[in-house]
Design a protein around this ligand. Structure first.
Ligand code: SIN
Ligand code: CO
Length: 393
C-alpha cells in the first residue's frame, strides 16, 4: 500500500496524513469513504443467520419502557423489522465471512498487531446501543440505511450503574452527523458517541482496533522470562518457550555454607531473600523477549476460530505445477519481527524468512514466490496447508 497516495477511504487524505493528524487524536467524518454499492459486506438475512450459530458471538440490545435490555446469542428468532428500538450486534464477522475479511484489508496502513475485528450491527428504526465510549479506536462505516451519530469529547465518562449495557450517565453531544451508506466516522478512544438508526434495516460496520493494557504487556514479558528459565532448568514449558530463547544460567542451587546456628528457627533467612533478588537480576529483559510475548499473544487465534481442513490433502508441489498461489486463511494471524515469525500463536525461528515476511504482509504468495522458497520453507507451508491455516487458490 502506498501510504503517501490519496485514499478515497480517508476522504482524499493519504494514510500517512491520517495517521499523523487524526489517529488517536481527533474524530473524522469521511463522506463517501466507500462506494455505496460496496459499503455493506453482508445483507441483513446473512447477519441474522450468523447470529443463530453457536460459534459466533452476538448480542441483542433493546429498549423497553425506557429500560435497556441485553441478551447474548445464539438466537433462534429476532424481533420483527417493523418493531422499533432494537439492535443486533455480531462480533468478529471477519472470521466468518470472506467479503468482510476483505474489507478489513483496506485498513492495513495500520499494523495488524493493532487490528482487532469487524463488528456489524443491524438495527431497526430508533435502534442503537445508547450513549457510550469505547477504549479503542474505531471506524464506523455506514453499510445500509441511515444512522444519526452524535459525538462528544466530554471528560465526564461516568456510567449508569447496575444495568446490562455500558451507558453514559451524562451525555452532552457536541456534534451531530447523519451517515448515508458508504460514509464513515473515525473515533479515537474515549470519544463519547451515540448512534441511532433512522431506517428499519440500518447496518453499521465497526472496524475496531485493540490496544493492550500496560499491565498485560508487563505480565506477558514476565511470563516469557519465566518460561525461558523453566525451559533452561528443565522445569517444564509454558506457552512462550519454544523455540527456546537464550536466557541466564540459573542452573545452580542456593547455598549457605556460612550459615550460623539460630535461636529463631521460624525466621526466614535473609540470604534466601537476597539470593532470589540476585537470581532475578540475572534476567536480561530483551526486545526479543518482548517480541516473543507479543508475537505469540497477538496471533493467538480467536477462541471461536475453527480452521477448515481440506478433505483432500493439497500438495504444495501441485500448487506450483499448476501455477497456483497460496493465501493465508482469513482466520490466520501472522506477524514478524526480524528473524522471528509468529503465526496463530506459534513462534518460529527461520533463517531465510524474506518470503515469509512477504507472506505476512501481503497474505499471498504466487508460484513465482514459491519457486524461490527453500525446502524448509516449503515444508512449513505444506504443514500450514494441512492445518487449514493457508489455502491454495
Ligand atoms: C453500533 O453499531 O450500533 C454500535 C457501534 C459503536 O457504537 O461502537
Ligand atoms: Co461504540
Amino acid at each position: 500500500m502506498n501510504i503517501d497516495a490519496p485514499m478515497t477511504l480517508l476522504g482524499g487524505r493519504s494514510a500517512a496524513n491520517f495517521m499523523k493528524n487524526y489517529w488517536q487524536k481527533k474524530p473524522l467524518l469521511i463522506r463517501k469513504a466507500v462506494e455505496a454499492g460496496h459499503s455493506c459486506p453482508l445483507p441483513p438475512a446473512r447477519l441474522k443467520k450468523l447470529a443463530k450459530q453457536d460459534d459466533v458471538e452476538s448480542r441483542l440490545i433493546w429498549q423497553e419502557n425506557g429500560q435497556w435490555n441485553m441478551e447474548n446469542g445464539p438466537f433462534s428468532r429476532f424481533p420483527k423489522v417493523a418493531e422499533p428500538n432494537w439492535s443486533l450486534l455480531v462480533q468478529s464477522v471477519d472470521l466468518h465471512d470472506d467479503v468482510t475479511a476483505e474489507l478489513m484489508q483496506q485498513f492495513r496502513f495500520i499494523p495488524d498487531a493493532r487490528l482487532d475485528d469487524i463488528m456489524i450491527s443491524l438495527a431497526s428504526l430508533g435502534g442503537g446501543v445508547g450513549p457510550h465510549f469505547d477504549s479503542y479506536d474505531v471506524f464506523l462505516l455506514q453499510g445500509r440505511g441511515q444512522r444519526r451519530w452524535r459525538i462528544s469529547q466530554q471528560t465526564d465518562l461516568s456510567l449508569v450503574p447496575d444495568i446490562p449495557c455500558k451507558i453514559l450517565q451524562h451525555f452532552a453531544p457536541e456534534e451531530e452527523f447523519v451517515l448515508e451508506p458508504g460514509d464513515m466516522l473515525y473515533l479515537p478512544p474515549h470519544v463519547a458517541h451515540d448512534g441511532i438508526s433512522l431506517s428499519d434495516e440500518c447496518i453499521t460496520v465497526s472496524i475496531g482496533f485493540r490496544a493492550p493494557p500496560l499491565a498485560v504487556l508487563a505480565r506477558g514479558l514476565l511470563e516469557v522470562a519465566a518460561d525461558q528459565l523453566s525451559a533452561r532448568a528443565g522445569l517444564g514449558f509454558g506457552p512462550y518457550s519454544t523455540p527456546a530463547l537464550p536466557g541466564p544460567d540459573l542452573s545452580g542451587m542456593f547455598r549457605d555454607k556460612g550459615l550460623a546456628a539460630t535461636e529463631t528457627p521460624a525466621a526466614l533467612p535473609e540470604e534466601l531473600i537476597s539470593s532470589a533478588l540476585a537470581a532475578v537480576q540475572k534476567i536480561d529483559f530483551t526486545e526479543r523477549m518482548a517480541a516473543r510475548f507479543l508475537g505469540c499473544w497477538l496471533t493467538e487465534p480467536n477462541s471461536l476460530s475453527v480452521f477448515p481442513i481440506a478433505e483432500d490433502m493439497i500438495d504444495i508441489e501441485d500448487v506450483i505445477d499448476r501455477n497456483g498461489s497460496l493465501q493465508l486463511d482469513r482466520r490466520s494471524r501472522m506477524i514478524y519481527r526480524g528473524a522471528d515469525v509468529f503465526i496463530n500463536g506459534e513462534a518460529l525461528e527461520t533463517k531465510s524468512n524474506a518470503l515469509l515476511r512477504k507472506f505476512a504482509d501481503t497474505r499471498r504468495l504466487e508460484t513465482r514466490d514459491l519457486k524461490k522458497a527453500n525446502a524448509a520453507t516449503l515444508t512449513l507451508l505444506q504443514e500450514w496447508l494441512d492445518d487449514g491455516w493457508v489455502i491454495a487458490t
